[in-house]
Design a protein around this ligand. Structure first.
Ligand SMILES: [Zn+2]
Length: 151
């Protein structure tokens, strides 16, 4: 198996609910079939923290991020190419630590859409796709991405 951290940012689908923590299994029926991406690796690499695509209001307890055991996930590797429509934009950061803001950078360039000076993620470089719905997404970048996706 690949190094768990190498799966950060990968697209996943929850396909089973046999091995995940009790808190996740308790609402397993609602989570199976959901798609999302790996936003963190927990417990020494044994669990993925999955941020689901669905609107938080449609999810159990309004929670979008769930710890899921790898065996309960179908992982589509980053190398298999873009699988989501907004994959043309990479995440870059401005600020640091908890104050970091995620900006959208068009593929092949170093500049964020909103013009803010930003830098690639320390661990993943330019490998993570920008998500306009991410909690720390830059409002201006999110607006521009959505505008281009839905003219
Ligand atoms: Zn921005």
């Amino acid at each position: 198996m690949k190094e768990p951290r190498a799966k950060l940012g990968c697209r996943v689908k929850i396909v089973d609910m046999l091995h995940s923590p009790a808190r996740t299994r308790a609402v397993g029926e609602l989570l199976i079939g959901q798609r999302g991406r790996v936003v963190d690796v927990l417990r020494g690499g044994t669990l993925a923290l999955v941020e689901l695509d669905s609107d938080w209001a449609d999810l159990p307890g309004g929670v979008r991020r769930w710890p899921v055991q790898w065996d309960d996930l179908l992982v589509s590797s980053l190398e298999s190419g873009p699988v989501i429509p907004d994959a043309d934009y990479r995440v870059s950061l401005s600020g640091s630590g908890r104050d970091a803001v995620q900006h959208a950078v068009p593929a092949g360039t170093d500049n964020s859409l909103c013009g803010e000076k930003a830098y690639p993620l320390p661990i993943c470089g330019w490998s993570i796709s920008f998500s306009p719905t991410a909690a720390r997404a830059c409002a201006e970048c999110a607006r521009l991405v959505l505008e281009q996706a839905n003219p």
